[in-house]
Design a protein around this ligand. Structure first.
Ligand SMILES: Nc1ncnc2c1ncn2[C@@H]1O[C@H](COP(=O)(O)OP(=O)(O)OP(=O)(O)O)[C@@H](O)[C@H]1O
Ligand SMILES: [Mg+2]
Length: 243
């Protein structure tokens, strides 16, 4: 039986038959506004509530804005400020990437430095859980697709070596299940979870699917989800009793 790390997200651990295999590097993909950043944050929040330190690398938004977005979506996350004050949730902004943006021509070399910086922060924080939001931002730094894929591989390998279970958010440009196209870098992750916008033209129905989870059984269903004041609610057809 794999050593599992509970996501703590309502319905997710049923779909995962217990949780993520520890040290897995998991991509959470979806279209704009699917809830990728919020679900990744909840994963860190639930871990911190259970005493597990988490580290968020947020490249899309400033830490202050992220916290206010989370408070807006999840007003019942009452321990949020306290967990940040206690150092159980750490948020790094885009400074790590900013310098590399300015040195675009040497991006391959710069990427090594970014990975080293991230590694140092993870070690210093003692994080067991991490989030990289979004991994797609590295495409802005590295233009050669082979170097990009190799860089993503080394990033995932580094986190694995550090013993961290990581969620990498990723932009999926066509989040319609029937028209999915995977990019080469998606094959390097241990797990893939996709967030779709299904349904009729007049109303979208968000739903989530686990495409793969190396080393562990998982649901093959596509489950609707909602963003509630208490966090995500995933309507998993699997129940804890099935496991
Ligand atoms: N209070 C709320 N109640 C319900 N849904 C909310 C609430 N606040 C935000 N949302 C939903 O969450 C979405 C934003 O979630 P999030 O920022 O995680 O998306 P994302 O997938 O990271 O998007 P992007 O690709 O733009 O970064 C909003 O578009 C909205 O649909
Ligand atoms: Mg986002």
């Amino acid at each position: 039986m794999a050593d599992l790390i509970k996501s703590g997200i309502d319905g997710m651990d049923s779909m995962l038959f217990g949780g993520f295999p520890r040290e897995n590097q998991i991509m959470v993909g979806g279209g704009p506004g699917a809830g990728k950043s919020l679900i990744a944050f909840e994963y860190i929040y639930r871990g911190a509530l259970a005493g597990e330190p988490g580290m968020i690398f947020a490249f899309d938004e400033e830490p202050k804005k992220i916290i206010s977005n989370v408070k807006g979506a999840f007003p019942n996350f009452e321990r949020l400020d306290g967990l940040i004050d206690e150092g159980l949730i750490k948020i790094e902004g885009r400074d790590i990437l900013q310098e590399a943006f300015n040195k675009y021509e040497q991006a391959g070399m710069e990427f090594g430095r970014i990975v080293a910086d991230m590694e140092k922060k993870v070690i210093a924080s003692g994080a067991k859980r991490a989030v990289v939001d979004s991994s797609s931002d590295f495409e802005l730094v590295i233009k050669d697709p082979i170097i990009y894929r190799r860089s993503m591989w080394s990033l995932a390998a580094n986190f694995r070596r550090l013993g961290v279970t990581t969620v990498f958010t990723s932009e999926i440009h066509n989040p319609d299940r029937k028209k999915l196209v995977f990019k080469p870098e998606h094959f390097i992750f241990d797990g893939i979870i996709l967030m779709y916008q299904n349904g009729e033209d007049s109303r979208r129905i968000p739903a989530l699917e686990i495409i793969k989870m190396r080393g562990h059984k998982h649901s093959f269903s596509t489950a609707p989800y909602e963003i509630t004041p208490n966090g995500f609610k995933i309507y998993s057809p699997e129940t804890i009793d099935d496991q």
